[in-house]
Design a protein around this ligand. Structure first.
Ligand code: M6R
Length: 606
């Protein structure tokens, strides 16, 4: 939520900031702004709307020159989407950008008023700027350290002090920041994608640390002003990984990235019919003696947990619960050293998932996370991390992240089965063969793109839609449904197919699209009975399946037939088909596929 970038060095800052904000725009796109200092004066340009609008405004503004500056793209929390609420915010000598939420901003507003400060915006951020200015007596470090003692909430700040030209002071508590020094100067941003053009080497700013950036250097400090050596990381993404690469939208590109992402995540971890986590330094011990598994995540990642539950319960007969992190963190869960908690997250920074992980750690559970972003908070705080190798996911709607999260679940299920002697060598070899065969069907599904587009056109004007599935397919239906509703604004709901007649079937009327997911042979007749029920009430039924449907002709209206795989591995092919369906419906409806309204990619606030 919110993207921030800072630069000080040898190059003009404005271009670097605006280009960086374009890369970070997926984190929020309500408004954007930059502040650039030329050694004596700080100039600010900000506007509601997207970074492209900021770019035009910067181009039309004279005098935005200088080699030190900060930039922000906002996902509004406190205060509406207005120019005045856009960052940067100024108070006295302080110019500041912020990612996060200041929870005690109301009390602070009252206290600061007594000191003569009056806010002009409705934001919690301006209150932070006023607080830091009120504590400032010429020593930026001291002001930030004192502010850190007073502020409650989550923050990543970049601050310029009027009488310290060329310098940027950054402080992190919760909200992510990464930083780097190159021969062009010092960079900081909420996410590595903004820096890819300049460097692939970076460090994650640890929580409760301050970074001081000058044109010649970047220094990491603890709160008590001790210099700390940053732990450098390297990404092997090239700059094209965060570009559309000829596709119309990032989502489209990321759907097409899936064969490679799946190969990168799965193939190096399968050797001779075994899940091999040696390169991940994941000890088998974490999987031993487990009598319960809890999977916790949000949104799409939570749906991959539904897939994980099906696998682990059916393969191992160990009870699994799948908890929304936002609930789990407040439900006083029963956890002990025999519980394995799996946290799933693309960004590794989702506030609720991080809190859930911390709770699991506190209660002594064993923790492993499935994470895409290297060095992220959840990756660092888990006992072990299984990185997915999807490369950067820019579209707000997750696609490749989901597929590789599911792949991570299959790998962990296999490892659990092996370590706990639940499968024979032959069974494991068979599992690996079928797993690889299933991910190898994805290119064939991508070849069905034009056909899926023709089906999408038939339902493009619908107000509502329903997704049905049973067993493993319920999780897949939930994810397919989320894809459609979050980007196309079709009012879509996913149901376990047997549940529909317990209320929701009253919403089925003539022509309402029902998308039925069918990869599980054992429940196929039951699912098709449910499909008959909605068909009898006028639904337009689209079957998405890898199974032979010849016995059911006439029951459905359209058929998306993906290559057949073993039932346990039905996830991959149909998921890609559902992603394409959602994508095309959205394009037909004329909406911005990559930046759906009100959403942001990385939800770093509660
Ligand atoms: O970064 P995370 O995987 O933790 O994000 C969790 C959800 O916000 C995310 O999966 C979201 O539901 C998807 N981007 C929706 O497509």
């Amino acid at each position: 939520m919110c993207g921030i970038i800072g630069f000080t060095g040898k190059l003009q800052a404005a271009d670097i900031l605006v280009n960086g904000l374009e890369q970070l725009e997926y984190r929020g796109y309500d408004s954007a702004g930059i502040a650039v200092n030329d050694g004596t004066t700080t100039r600010i340009v900000k506007t509601t709307g997207k970074v492209s609008k900021l770019r035009e405004k910067v181009a039309a503004t004279k005098g935005i020159e200088g080699t030190c500056g900060i930039g922000h793209t906002r996902w509004a929390t406190h205060g509406g989407v207005t120019d005045v609420n856009a960052h940067p915010h100024v108070a006295g000598k302080v110019t500041l950008i912020h990612n996060g939420i200041i929870e005690n901003y109301k009390e602070l507003t009252v206290a600061l008023k007594e000191k003569g400060y009056t806010a002009i915006s409705e934001t919690d951020t301006e209150v932070a700027a006023m607080l830091i200015d009120s504590l400032y007596n010429g020593d930026p470090f001291a002001a930030l350290r004192e502010a850190d003692k007073i502020l409650e909430g989550a923050y990543g700040f970049c601050v310029m002090f009027e009488d310290h030209p060329g310098e940027i002071y950054c402080m992190r508590n919760a909200s992510p920041l990464v930083a780097s020094y190159t021969e062009d100067g010092a960079f900081i941003a909420s996410d590595m994608v903004a820096l890819l053009k300049y460097t692939k080497d970076y460090f994650v700013v640890p929580e409760e640390h301050i970074v001081v950036m000058t044109k010649d250097d970047i220094t990491l400090y603890t709160m008590d002003e001790k210099v700390e050596e940053p732990k450098m990381l390297h990404v092997d993404w090239d700059t094209t990984a965060a570009q559309k690469g000829g596709y119309d939208y990032f989502m489209q590109k990321e759907i097409y990235d899936q064969p490679e992402a799946l190969h990168n995540t799965v193939l190096p971890r399968i050797h001779n019919g075994h899940a091999d986590f040696s390169a991940d330094n994941i000890s088998d011990d974490i999987f031993k003696g487990i009598n319960r598994v809890v999977i916790t995540a949000c949104g799409t990642a939570w749906h991959s947990g539904l897939i994980g539950r099906h696998l682990i319960e059916s393969m191992l007969r160990i009870p699994v619960t799948v908890e929304l992190s936002s609930e789990f963190r407040y439900m006083n869960p029963i956890l002990d050293e025999n519980t394995l908690v799996i946290v799933v997250t693309q960004s590794g920074e989702t506030a609720d998932s991080l809190a859930a992980l911390r709770l699991a750690n506190e209660r002594g559970a064993k923790t492993i996370s499935i994470v895409n972003v290297k060095g992220s908070s959840i990756a660092r705080e888990s006992d072990y991390v299984l990185y997915t190798h999807a490369g950067p996911e820019i579209a707000v709607a997750s696609t490749k992240a989901f597929s590789v999260q599911c792949a991570g679940m299959y790998l962990i299920a296999l490892k659990l089965a092996e370590v706990n002697h639940k499968m024979t060598e032959e069974e494991m070899a068979d599992f690996c063969k079928k797993f690889e065969a299933a991910i190898d069907t994805v290119p064939a599904v991508l070849k069905m793109d034009d056909y899926i587009k023709t089906i999408s056109e038939k339902i493009k004007d619908t107000f509502s839609a329903f997704y049905l599935g049973r067993s493993l397919d319920y999780g897949i239906a939930c994810e397919g449904c989320l894809k459609l509703k979050e980007i196309s604004y079709v009012n879509a709901e996913a149901y376990s197919a047997g549940e529909l007649k317990h209320g929701t079937i009253s919403l089925i009327t003539e022509g309402v699209p029902v998308i039925a997911v069918a990869t599980q042979e054992n429940v196929l007749p039951k699912l098709m009975a449910n499909v008959e029920e909605v068909k009898a009430r006028g639904a337009h039924v689209i079957m998405v399946t890898d199974k032979d449907m010849s016995n059911y002709e006439g029951i459905y209206d359209d058929l998306i037939q993906v290559p057949n795989v073993d039932d346990l591995f039905g996830t991959f092919g149909v998921t890609v088909a559902l992603q394409l369906l959602a994508y095309h419906v959205t394009v037909f409806r004329g909406y911005d596929v990559d930046q759906p309204r009100n959403l942001a990619k990385s939800v770093t606030v509660e």
